[in-house]
Design a protein around this ligand. Structure first.
Ligand SMILES: [Fe+2]
Length: 385
């Protein structure tokens, strides 16, 4: 998680009178997580954040499970997910469990008529294609290809896209998304061996204070349902805020790879972690430099983790016939490894241009009906010569 940040105006102390120019008092709100025991921010609004006009009927967006007990290596054509005008409707959950939901999305339009707040999950929105601005109550965060856009739960946001050609890989995490503990010192500062540094973490730098009253629709997601709430004032009415709870971005292009004389294990590629999962970034890098090294990964058995790879760009040395946007799932209990010819092909190679995001879950993932619709059904046989 990023460190303390402040935008706009805040009073000299917490919980004291903070006067508006007209003599009124700004509405203080503490946005806290895990009760009052984890990251929080203190926000100051033009109007109280509690002015609900009405609540429309809630509806389910829970993923439909097709296979709850997967024991097969699988592959899905992520770019076969159809583009959809609306951002929320575009999000298609493909692999899910109680810790994370992994979704694909190809939204065409910016969010204009509504706002979104995920109250159950932190979101990591990986930008595979497209650029734009994440607009939030905490300020604006521009994003582009390769960004992990991190949105902590409870953040009200809109996304503005620059064009209609967008592809997103989204992880909802039902626990806080953190930097790996081993990357940080006791004070939470990123250590010298971490593949990224505080300077690589981009925070919102522009706070727009919108003073508008009317009818503002916020779709609030909780436990697989959307609750349409109408508020009487614009949710981006903050005059200032400070704290640790806010969105940020880390570009996969700023991840500095760790290489060695022989094959380095996946943990050197780690980016984030949460309850029962880790994420990694595979980025362009020099290959192992022992004269007899085999750059392709060894075969391995995931004794206790499901391994999901989302292929972004470049040439995937260990795999045959991999497309951009493809997802492979190698479940707990089944060995996997380089495709036929990949080991021989890799020997003597100096570098790779591969770009991929990995999510390893320590509990099995369920496969949704939507995922089956884009599956390459014969993938599990793809290691036969
Ligand atoms: Fe693997």
């Amino acid at each position: 998680m990023p460190h303390y940040h402040k935008l706009g105006k805040v009073p000299s102390k917490r919980h004291i009178v903070f006067k508006k120019p007209d003599g009124g008092i700004y509405a203080e709100q503490v946005v806290s997580t895990e009760g009052f025991s984890d990251l929080y921010s203190i926000t100051y609004h033009l109007y109280p954040p509690t002015r609900v006009l009405k609540i429309d009927k809630s509806y389910s967006v829970a993923p439909e499970i097709a296979i709850g007990d997967n024991m097969q290596n699988r592959s899905f054509k992520g770019f076969s997910v159809k583009p959809e005008e609306d951002y929320l409707k575009s999000r298609v959950a493909v692999l899910v469990n109680d810790d994370v939901h992994l979704s694909l999305a190809a939204p065409k339009k910016s969010m204009t008529g509504y706002f979104f707040k995920n109250s159950s999950a932190d979101e990591m929105i990986f930008i595979h294609k497209g650029s734009g601005t994440l607009k939030t109550m905490y300020g604006n965060l521009p994003f582009s290809y390769g960004d992990h856009v991190m949105v902590p739960r409870g953040t009200i946001y809109q996304i503005e896209f620059d064009t209609e050609d967008n592809r997103l890989f989204i992880m909802e995490s039902f626990s806080p998304i953190r930097f790996p503990k081993r990357y940080m010192n006791k004070a939470g500062q990123l250590l010298e061996h971490s593949p990224f540094y505080e300077r690589d973490i981009r925070k919102p730098e522009e706070l727009e204070t919108i003073d508008e009253q009317g009818d503002f629709l916020i779709y609030i997601k909780r436990d697989g349902k959307i609750y349409p709430y109408h508020y009487a004032s614009h949710p981006f009415d903050l005059i200032g805020w400070d704290g640790y709870h806010f969105p940020y971005a880390l570009s996969i292009h700023d991840f500095e790879p760790i290489t060695g004389r022989i094959h380095q294990p996946p943990p050197v590629h780690q980016t984030f972690e949460g309850r029962n999962y880790v994420t990694c970034a595979f980025v362009p890098r020099l290959y192992d430099y022992h004269p007899e090294s085999i750059p392709a990964p060894y075969h391995h058995s995931n004794v206790d983790s499901d391994e999901v790879l989302y292929y972004v760009d470049g040439d995937f040395m260990s795999r045959n016939n991999i497309d951009k946007g493809q997802i492979t799932l190698h479940p707990i209990g089944i060995a996997h490894g380089p495709h036929p010819g990949a080991i021989e092909r890799s020997i003597g190679k100096k570098e790779t241009q591969e770009l991929a995001v990995m999510v390893d879950t320590f509990k099995p993932l369920k496969i949704t009906k939507a995922a089956l619709g884009i599956e390459d059904a014969d993938y599990y046989k793809s290691w036969m010569e």
